[in-house]
Design a protein around this ligand. Structure first.
Ligand SMILES: Cc1cc2nc3c(=O)[nH]c(=O)nc-3n(C[C@H](O)[C@H](O)[C@H](O)COP(=O)(O)OP(=O)(O)OC[C@H]3O[C@@H](n4cnc5c(N)ncnc54)[C@H](O)[C@@H]3O)c2cc1C
Length: 432
C-alpha cells in the first residue's frame, strides 16, 4: 500500500476537490493546482443543473439517434446543435459517439458503468456537504420527470428500462397529485415520474468552494497556477510544471475538466474529449412554487430551485471551446421556462413576494460552460497507460457533479494500492 505520497491534483472543480479530500483522508500529501477561484464560473462545476441523480444512467447516444441527427443539424433552436465551423474537427468524436449508442447491449453496459458511479450520489453528497460545514447546500427531495401524457412516457421506454435495471425506483403522479406537487406548472403536463432517491445542490459553486476550503483546513496546499506539463526523471514523475513554477510530487491527477485532454496528450495519451457546451439562466424572482427539480420531456432541461432562484440549465451545443457564447441559447432556456410556468409570462410585474415592479420573467444571470465529454459517455478514470504515475479523472460529461464522490473513492483506491470497490475497467484511459 502507498501511504503519504506527495500528490498534485490538477484542477479544483467538483472532481479535483472530492479527490483531494479522499486522498487527504488516506494520509497523502495533497497540492491542489487551480488557476481560478475554486468553484468559480470558469468551471463546469459552477453552473450545472445541480442534479444529484441516480437515474442519470442513460447515455446521450442511444440506438436510432442517427435518424435524428439531420434534424438536429438543421434546427437552430433545438436542444442539440452543432455549429457548422466545428463539424470537420468534431467528426471523429461524433462517429465514435454514434457508435457508442449503436446497440442496446452497448447502451446497457454504459448504463451499468454509470450506475456504479451514481447510485449512491445523493447520500455521498449529503455526507460530504455535512463534513464541509455546508449541510444546507445539499438536499434530497427527489427529482421529477414531466411528460405531457403516458404516450410520451412510453416513447422513452428504453431509458426507463435502463433505470429500472439499475435499481432506480419511481412513482407516477397524475391529476390532483401532480397539481398539488407542482401548482404552477402548465396544465399541458399530465404525468410526473418522481425519483424519490434523487437529490440536488442548492449552490454548486459555493459547494465546491467549501470542499476546497475543507481540503486546505485538512492540510492541502492550494497553488494558484495553471498546470502546463510534467517533469519526469527517467520513468518517475518528479513535478508538475505550472505557469508559476514547478510543483514537486510523486503522483499527479489530471482533473482539469475540458482542459484535461491537452494535459493527457503531453503524456502520450490521446483521449477524445469534446465540449458539450451548455447554458444556464437564473430567474431570481420567479413567482413559481417548485419544491424539487423538474425535467420536462419536451425541453430536456433542468429546472432546479437553487439558492439564487430558479436555475434553468441545459442545451448541448457542439462547438469549439473558444467559440463565442451564443446567448440566444440561454434565451431559449428562459423562453421554455416561460411556457412551462405561465406565471412567468403573464403580467410579470411582481416578484415571488408580491413586490411590484420586478420583472420576474427576465434572467438575472446567464452562463456558458463546458461539459467535458467523451464519445462513449463514460469518464476516464485511472493511471495513464504511458506514464502510470499520472492518473486521469475527467470526462464526466453530463453527470460530473453527481459522480464526483464515487470517482474520488475509485481514484483513492487506485492511488493508495487498495483493491478498488468499484470496478475500474469501464473507465480505463487506454480504451480509446
Ligand atoms: C449546462 C450543464 C448542466 C449540467 N448539469 C449537471 C447536473 O445536473 N448534474 C451533474 O451531475 N452534472 C451536470 N453537468 C456536468 C458537470 O457540471 C460536469 O461534469 C462537472 O462539473 C465536471 O467537473 P470537473 O471537476 O471535471 O471539471 P470543472 O468543473 O470544469 O473543473 C475543472 C477545473 O480545472 C481547472 N483547470 C483548467 N485547466 C487547468 C490547468 N491547466 N491547470 C490547473 N487547473 C486547471 C479549471 O479552472 C476548473 O476549475 C452539467 C454541465 C453543464 C455544462
Amino acid at each position: 500500500m502507498n501511504s503519504r505520497l506527495p500528490v498534485a491534483v490538477i484542477g479544483a472543480g467538483i472532481v479535483g476537490s472530492m479527490v483531494a479530500l479522499a486522498l487527504l483522508r488516506d494520509g497523502h500529501q495533497v497540492t491542489l493546482i487551480e488557476p481560478g477561484e475554486a468553484g468559480g464560473e470558469q468551471a463546469a462545476s459552477f453552473g450545472n443543473g445541480a442534479w444529484l441523480s441516480p437515474a442519470s444512467v442513460v447515455p446521450m447516444s442511444t440506438p436510432g439517434l442517427w435518424k435524428k441527427l439531420p434534424g438536429y443539424l438543421s434546427d437552430a433552436d433545438g436542444p442539440l446543435v452543432i455549429r457548422w465551423p466545428a463539424l470537420p474537427g468534431l467528426l471523429p468524436w461524433l462517429l465514435r459517439f454514434m457508435w457508442a449508442g449503436h446497440s442496446v447491449a452497448r447502451v446497457e453496459a454504459t448504463a451499468r458503468a454509470l450506475s456504479a458511479l451514481l447510485k449512491d450520489a445523493p447520500q455521498r453528497h449529503l455526507h460530504h456537504a455535512a463534513q464541509a460545514g455546508v449541510a444546507d447546500l445539499v438536499v434530497q427531495r427527489g427529482l421529477l420527470y414531466l411528460y405531457p401524457d403516458r404516450a410520451a412516457f412510453h416513447a422513452e421506454a428504453l431509458s426507463w428500462r435502463l433505470r429500472r435495471d439499475n435499481g432506480v425506483q419511481w412513482t407516477e403522479l397524475e391529476g390532483p397529485a401532480l397539481r398539488e406537487l407542482l401548482p404552477d406548472v402548465d396544465p399541458r403536463y399530465g404525468l410526473g415520474i418522481r425519483v424519490a432517491a434523487g437529490g440536488h445542490c442548492l449552490d454548486p459553486g459555493a459547494y465546491v468552494a467549501a470542499l476546497v476550503q475543507q481540503a486546505v483546513a485538512k492540510g492541502a496546499r492550494l497553488v494558484r497556477a495553471r498546470a502546463t506539463g510534467f517533469v519526469f526523471e527517467g520513468a518517475r514523475l518528479a513535478a508538475v510544471r505550472t505557469d508559476q513554477g514547478a510543483v514537486a510530487c510523486g503522483r499527479a491527477l489530471i482533473a482539469a475538466g475540458i482542459a484535461s485532454a491537452a494535459l493527457a496528450r503531453q503524456l502520450g495519451d490521446r483521449i477524445p474529449l469534446a465540449s458539450e457546451r451548455g447554458y444556464h439562466v437564473v430567474l431570481a424572482k420567479a413567482p413559481v412554487r417548485l419544491c424539487l427539480p423538474v425535467m420536462p420531456s419536451d425541453g430536456k432541461m433542468a429546472m432546479t430551485p437553487t439558492r439564487g432562484g430558479l436555475r434553468v440549465a441545459g442545451q448541448v451545443e457542439l462547438a469549439a471551446v473558444s467559440a463565442a457564447p451564443d446567448w440566444r441559447r440561454a434565451e431559449l432556456l428562459a423562453g421554455f421556462a416561460r411556457r412551462m410556468f405561465p406565471a412567468l409570462s403573464g403580467d410579470a410585474g411582481t416578484d415571488a413576494g408580491g413586490v411590484a415592479g420586478v420583472d420576474a420573467a427576465s434572467p438575472t444571470s446567464r452562463w456558458l460552460g463546458h461539459r467535458p465529454s467523451t464519445p462513449d459517455g463514460l469518464p476516464v478514470i485511472g493511471p495513464s497507460p504511458a506514464r502510470p504515475d499520472v492518473l486521469h479523472a475527467f470526462g464526466h460529461g453530463h453527470v460530473g457533479l453527481a459522480a464526483a464522490p464515487a470517482t474520488a473513492e475509485l481514484v483513492a483506491d487506485l492511488l493508495t494500492g487498495r483493491s478498488p470497490a468499484i470496478d475500474p475497467q469501464p473507465y480505463r484511459p487506454g480504451r480509446f
